[in-house]
Write a protein that binds this ligand. Structure first.
Ligand code: SF4
Ligand code: SF4
Length: 481
């Protein structure tokens, strides 16, 4: 679409942090030829059925706003329900990078939208969620409170589904913390070295996952270091347009992960085992492309040379961040010795931030297929989001619930023994929706990260896996012991 964006005025309006992205925004609009190929995979279009809730509609609305024909609030009405899943990018034959529009408009929108009482409540609730989820101790305490409040779900849901949504996602059991060694040597000959993002929510909900990733990497000759001073990667904040907060969190990690961004580094990559965190870290170059916004408390401490150094480090970190499955697939797996006594049917769930944002589909499949006895099954609509999408299932529970229900149906159709998902948010959403299916059907398959499945295969424990989990126990993760 040809556009007539008044560029000077918009550079001023966007501010020093977002203005450098205006050219990419204009290019995304120009590339869109309005063909509509993206509609079929857009989850909000599939659920809501409205043109303005499709990628094509949203691109048109943003263009109208940038051409000063439409107020921001009318655009946000349709941009807010967008999951940021980026299925539209993968299905677009013209190569429109929708994220180049979504991210800056969402961030600018958060700064300038008009808020009534409800708007402020939504924002306060969002900030409380972001604060607690970034701190494992706070998050664990919040989950305990959530467990106590679970009996109130019914009345809360009648008052507002968004109030009950966090309680629906609280797991039946909060697992004990699993300490991670700061440094794990490679077993056998050293084939590489990596830093590992330990994750924040993951440390509380899936404490065994990082340990399994370390184990698989070490078994494959990779030295793993978990830097002590790391924190939340900021992906959740980035996803909801809180870029100032995301940058503050990113700065801490730029220091913690400095060993991997050095020119002469002993480390090959920063490894991430949650696709959402990985794609967030890979966006760091854009996040640091401009200067700090004056509204951000850190603005006054920034000199041009500091910002330049940060920009260079952020670009290097983005380039060196890899999903654990991508890294291992490129490295090549050391053979798994113990074959399974009977075939295991595995359905791979593709997290949007791996499939669409990182364009990685084959690595988890190749890794799992290399386990002797594993048979991969392909669910339909694999490219459509499960409804998790960061905070989305907490803020838009009706749409997220419908997407989760549809995803559970499609995953169950090929009758897998278990489901592999490389993103914690998706795993939580899938377990909740599969639990609902299990209550109807009697059982459902459990959900594991691909590297947890590999770790069990290396230990020779994959045969012990309960392949069907009865009733409502899908979320309580009874295996491995
Ligand atoms: S598929 Fe691409 S070019 Fe076609 S309408 Fe969607 S975004 Fe525009
Ligand atoms: S990011 Fe996902 S929800 Fe948003 S427009 Fe694209 S396909 Fe639709």
């Amino acid at each position: 679409m040809r556009h007539q964006i008044p560029e000077q005025r918009w550079r001023q309006r966007l501010g020093p942090d977002l203005a450098p992205r205006l050219d990419a925004m204009g290019e995304a609009i120009e590339r869109c030829v309005h063909c509509g190929f993206c509609l079929a995979t857009c989850p909000t279009y599939r659920v809501l059925g409205e043109e303005m809730d499709s990628p094509r509609g949203r691109i048109f609305l943003i263009k109208e706003m940038l051409e000063e024909r439409l107020p921001l609030d009318e655009v946000l009405e349709h941009l807010d329900p967008c999951l940021g899943c980026l299925a539209c990018e993968t299905s677009c034959p013209s190569g429109v990078r929708y994220r180049e529009l979504l991210q800056p408009v969402r961030t600018w929108g958060e700064r300038h939208r008009r808020r009534g009482l409800r708007g402020w409540w939504v924002r306060l609730r969002r900030l409380a969620l972001l604060e607690s989820m970034a701190r494992p101790t706070w998050f664990r305490a919040a989950l305990r409170l959530g467990r106590m409040a679970r009996p109130l779900r019914g009345p809360l849901r009648r008052a507002s589904p968004a109030l009950a949504a966090p309680l629906d996602l609280v797991p039946a059991r909060i697992p004990a913390a699993v300490p991670l060694p700061r440094s794990t040597p490679a077993r056998g000959g050293r084939r590489g070295g990596v830093l590992l993002l330990a994750g924040c929510v993951q440390q509380v909900l899936e404490p065994r996952l990082a340990a399994a990733v370390v184990e698989v990497l070490a078994r494959n000759g990779v030295e793993v270091v978990v830097p002590e001073d790391q924190g939340c990667c900021g992906a959740l904040a980035l996803h909801v347009g809180e870029e100032g907060r995301a940058r503050r969190l990113a700065r801490r990690n730029l220091r913690a992960f400095a060993p991997v961004t050095a020119a002469e580094s002993d480390f090959d990559a920063l490894i991430v085992c949650a696709a959402g965190c990985g794609s967030g870290l890979q966006e760091h170059a854009a996040l640091f492309a401009g200067s700090e916004h004056p509204e951000n408390p850190e603005h006054s401490q920034r000199s041009e040379s500091v910002e330049q150094a940060e920009r260079a480090a952020a670009e290097r970190l983005a380039a060196r961040t890899l999903d654990a499955t991508t890294f291992l697939d490129r490295l090549g797996l050391i053979e798994i010795p113990a074959p399974l006594s009977r075939p295991l049917r595995v359905a791979v769930h593709d997290p949007c931030h791996l499939l669409h944002a990182q364009r990685e589909r084959s690595a988890p499949r190749r890794l799992l297929a290399s386990i002797p006895g594993v048979e991969l099954v392909e669910p339909r609509d694999a490219e459509v989001c499960c409804g998790s999408a960061g905070l989305y299932n907490l803020e838009w529970p009706r749409i997220a619930g419908e997407l989760g229900r549809r995803k559970a149906e499609s995953l169950l159709e090929p009758e897998p023994d278990l489901i592999a998902s490389g993103n914690l948010g998706c795993s939580v959403q899938l377990r909740v929706t599969l639990e609902a299916a299990a209550r109807r059907r009697g059982d459902a398959p459990p959900v594991w990260h691909p590297l947890e499945i590999l770790a069990a295969a290396y230990r020779g424990e994959l045969d012990d896996l309960p392949r069907r989990v009865e009733g409502a126990r899908t979320g309580s993760r009874p295996w491995p012991p």
